[in-house]
Design a protein around this ligand. Structure first.
Ligand code: MN
Length: 523
């Protein structure tokens, strides 16, 4: 009998009757069947790890108020050559997506459950994403499930990029879950090694050892709609990044997180309708400097987002090197820049996201912004997510020092994003004796250096953001660097006198303000 004339089998599409029929809600802590009303924003997905009679992973997609569900015995694989059997099971209620804990002995599916991953998803056939049109997304997913072939982009913490679910032609319930080849596919890494819950951070073994998830802590922020204090807003024309105050010593605090401080240049990436613009800390457009970064940012599966991060060049030891970066950050010719992309490749480490898909996130907490960033960003070869430590600031500091990094930046998890502000909610703790200075001027050179300069006169911004004199530096320059810096100083030398308080005028001759590491880019 042709497929279309077969009697319709009762599948999950008929609602939650099968879910209800299998469970006694006086005995199991699983949520009773209910359909939420008025959900908005992107569709969500989740993967539960479930240690029942056999360990398996339950893959669930939100659709029409329920969770379409597949049981995946071997779990998802990032390797695009791996085909994982996925058996379609009964629809689950939407609230099941937050369920973690123990299904008691004797009940259906008895065993331990954690939410192994979750996030948002969109159909992606033909490269067409519908994250921001729920009705269209649901129509497409409905049609594709009916046709037995679904292609979706997942924005989870662990599983990302494009995936397909294909129904086997000789079975009513058996599908295959396969990763498409893209920036998120990986033949080496077994994603199942990351075994903790994305909600409670507990593992199945933790739950077996009677550690139970803290119900109150299960606030799940998968899309901006879920984030308290997110505000609908037009795409801002620019964004001046938030800055950190210097602090003396590392500390540990459960209300703070700790990022490594990378020795690169701060950059804000504006992705607007898929077009990318890079801005320096002072607002200079540096888009043309980093064509490879721009390409990879444009390939991100987001339409509108602002990423705050650091551009770094990595040396032979795998450490960020400002010296290397300096060799390319002033290039202006297209040919030179293309060559530099090969000789001194750079990476963009994203650590914050003040805007996402029509939502201003600056008033949201840092932890909410991180939750959203970790799911929205698709790490690629050059666009990466900056990891952080929680609580253990001293351990983070020691690790940073051992790795030869600049130090750490401590950030209060409840803090808002304050554009352009040097905030006490962000503290930089430096491991090495380096700092950023402003070149306030330079002295005439003598002898072999009469064509270049004698010393750079440096200032720094104090606590009140007032520029004060810090000292001069005349050694450590190669001939090439001397000539290069002089050329750049001449270019930016202003007509006006500089504003330096507490400065000594001794030896000052030519003046100009080159904001260290951006703007004038002299360090
Ligand atoms: Mn299960």
């Amino acid at each position: 009998m042709p497929r279309s004339q077969r009697p319709k089998r009762r599948t999950g599409t008929s609602g939650l009757e099968r879910y209800k029929g299998k469970r006694d809600f006086t005995l199991t802590p699983e949520p009773p069947p209910a359909q939420p009303g008025g959900r908005q924003g992107p569709l969500t997905f989740l993967i539960q790890k479930h240690d029942a009679s056999r360990l398996h992973y339950d893959f669930r997609l939100e659709l029409d108020g329920v969770l379409k569900s597949w049981s995946v015995p071997k779990g998802p694989a990032l390797d695009n050559n791996e085909k994982r059997l996925a058996v379609m099971v009964e629809d689950h209620p939407f609230d099941y997506g937050a369920f973690e804990g123990v299904i008691p002995k004797g009940e259906y599916g008895a065993g331990q459950v954690i939410v192994w991953d979750n996030g948002t998803y969109s159909p992606d056939e033909g490269g067409q994403l519908s994250f921001h049109n729920r009705a269209e997304a649901e129509r497409r997913v409905r049609e594709e499930i009916e046709a037995g072939k679904l292609s979706i982009t997942l924005r989870g913490k662990k599983v990302k990029g494009s995936w397909t679910l294909v129904k086997l032609s000789n079975s009513e319930t058996e599908w295959l879950l396969i990763k498409h080849r893209d920036a998120a596919s990986d033949e080496e890494r077994d994603i199942l090694d990351e075994d903790a819950s994305v909600i409670s951070t507990l593992t199945i073994d933790d739950i077996k050892a009677s550690r139970l998830p803290d119900r109150g802590a299960a606030s799940v922020i998968l899309s901006p709609e879920d984030a308290p204090r997110a505000k609908k807003a037009k795409f801002p024309t620019k964004l001046t990044p938030m800055n950190a105050h210097p602090a003396e010593a590392a500390f540990s605090d459960p209300c703070w997180l700790f990022e490594p401080k990378l020795d690169g240049i701060r950059a804000v990436a504006l992705i607007r309708d898929g077009a990318v613009k890079l801005l320096s800390r002072s607002g200079l457009d540096t888009t043309d400097q980093y064509p490879y970064l721009v390409d990879e940012l444009a390939a991100q599966p987001v339409t509108n987002a602002i990423l705050d991060g650091e551009i770094v060049a990595i040396d032979e030891d795998g450490r960020p090197s400002f010296g290397l970066l300096q060799q390319r950050m002033h290039l202006s010719g297209e040919v030179d820049i293309r060559q530099a992309e090969v000789d001194i490749p750079v990476l963009f480490y994203a650590f914050d996201q003040p805007y996402l898909e029509g939502w201003d996130l600056t008033k949201c907490t840092l932890s909410a912004r991180k939750e959203l960033l970790e799911r929205a960003l698709l790490p690629s070869s050059r666009i990466l997510l900056l990891d952080h430590f929680t609580e253990e600031g001293e351990a983070a500091y020691d690790a940073a020092r051992r790795l030869g990094l600049e130090g750490i930046v401590a950030k209060r998890m409840e803090s808002a994003y304050e554009p352009g502000k040097r905030s006490h909610d962000w503290l930089k703790i430096k491991a090495t004796l380096t700092d950023d200075f402003v070149v306030g001027g330079f002295s005439e050179g003598q002898g072999g250096r009469s064509d270049t300069f004698g010393a750079l006169l440096l200032g720094r911004y104090d606590e009140d953001d007032t520029l004060v004199y810090a000292g001069h530096v005349g050694s450590g320059f190669t001939d090439g660097l001397l000539a290069d810096i002089r050329k750049r100083l001449d270019k930016i030398r202003p007509q006006a006198q500089p504003v330096l308080s507490g400065t000594t005028t001794e030896g000052r001759h030519h003046v100009g303000e080159a904001r260290a590491r951006c703007g004038g880019e002299v360090r």
